[in-house]
Ligand binder design. Structure first.
Ligand code: AVI
Length: 324
């Protein structure tokens, strides 16, 4: 999950990165935070992951949005009532674009507020929509999710429809996901809606392959974080001495990625030495998978009412609507 780091004014972004990296690598077992995957190279590699034949998530959610826009629109709209459609981590909005297009063509009265950490991506998005959907009112909000959600809430009393797509919720462990949904709930008012994209439990090998692609792009994506640490924190990781290792536990639904140290080695990071034993792992990321029943339990625990779900034709991905 991408997170804004600038909400700690006394610590610069790079020193928070340094602190998180050193803290994580001093822990037993070692870990790094997946929010740091997304530097310029990481963004490109993630685009390539989404184009991998094994990485089904994007296509499944695209299918939901392209084929079920009208049902989604019916669920979201209330006759004669305008609303703000706020998308957390909007990125290039490829999925929501189908629905936005449908709403604009249906003359629905709404405003689109994409929130993303990258102002650059938001400006590109706005320029693209200005051309392709000139009637759409786009108000980009660059920054951290909850900070920007507060800005959106202060600026308008309209009913809110929040989108959190792309299975981004899967990059939190189950407890973090519940905390996140609780916080979201506390920022919303009666009548507001939340639409979240969840990747569903399925045959374990399909999940494992999605994160262990033949083209080794996911491996590069993980190793790129070591390259980023080399570049930004003056360290000396030899990428050849680490190997990507993916797991999936069908009982918990957690697919976890690790980097394994292929030999005993010492890495210098900003002058600090981090020792690795042979076969020692760094835990990089969780991609949590859920059943429909587990999703319903989260909704209930966070005080939402279930408001329907839309699933792709393979039954692999669900966009779930919760009501306040
Ligand atoms: C962004 N997120 C939903 C991706 C996922 O499926 O967990 C990140 C990713 N990591 C490796 N492949 C894709």
């Amino acid at each position: 999950m991408k997170t804004n780091l600038s909400d700690l004014p006394e610590i610069g972004v790079s020193s928070l990165f340094e602190q998180d990296v050193l803290d994580g690598l001093m822990q037993m077992p070692k870990r790094l935070q997946s929010k740091y995957f997304y530097d310029e190279t990481g963004d490109i590699l993630f685009q390539q992951i989404m184009a991998c034949p094994e990485y089904y998530l994007t296509n499944c959610e695209l299918e939901v949005f392209s084929k079920q826009s009208s049902a989604l629109a019916e669920r979201i709209c209330r006759p004669g009532q305008s609303f703000d459609l706020i998308e957390l981590g909007a990125g290039d909005a490829t999925k929501s674009e189908y629905l936005l297009d449908f709403l604009v063509r249906s003359n629905v009265d709404f405003k689109y507020l994409p929130i993303d950490i990258s102002d650059n991506i938001l400006q590109e998005l706005k320029a693209r929509f200005n051309k392709s959907l000139p009637q759409l009112v786009v108000q980009p909000l660059a920054g951290e999710y909850f900070e920007m959600l507060k800005v959106a809430t202060q600026e308008s009393a309209n009913r809110k429809v929040i989108f959190f797509l792309g299975a981004n919720i899967g990059n939190m462990d189950k407890d973090q996901a519940i905390d996140f949904c609780h916080t979201l709930r506390s920022n919303l008012s009666p009548g507001d809606l939340l639409l979240i994209g969840f990747d569903l439990k399925k045959h374990p090998r399909i999940i494992l392959n999605a994160y262990d692609d033949q083209g080794k792009i996911t491996s590069k994506f993980n190793l790129n974080l070591l390259a980023r640490i080399n570049r930004e924190l003056d360290s000396d990781f030899d990428l050849e001495r680490f190997e990507h290792y993916q797991t999936y536990d069908p009982e918990t639904g957690a697919s976890k990625s690790y980097l394994v140290s292929l030999q005993e080695q010492h890495i210098s990071i900003k002058g600090q030495i981090v020792a690795f034993a042979i076969n020692e792992t760094i835990y990089m990321e969780v991609s949590q998978k859920y059943s429909i029943e587990e999703i319903a339990v989260i909704a209930q625990r966070c005080g939402f009412r279930a408001g329907g779900y839309w699933i792709d034709s393979k039954g692999w991905f669900a966009d779930v609507c919760w009501e306040v």
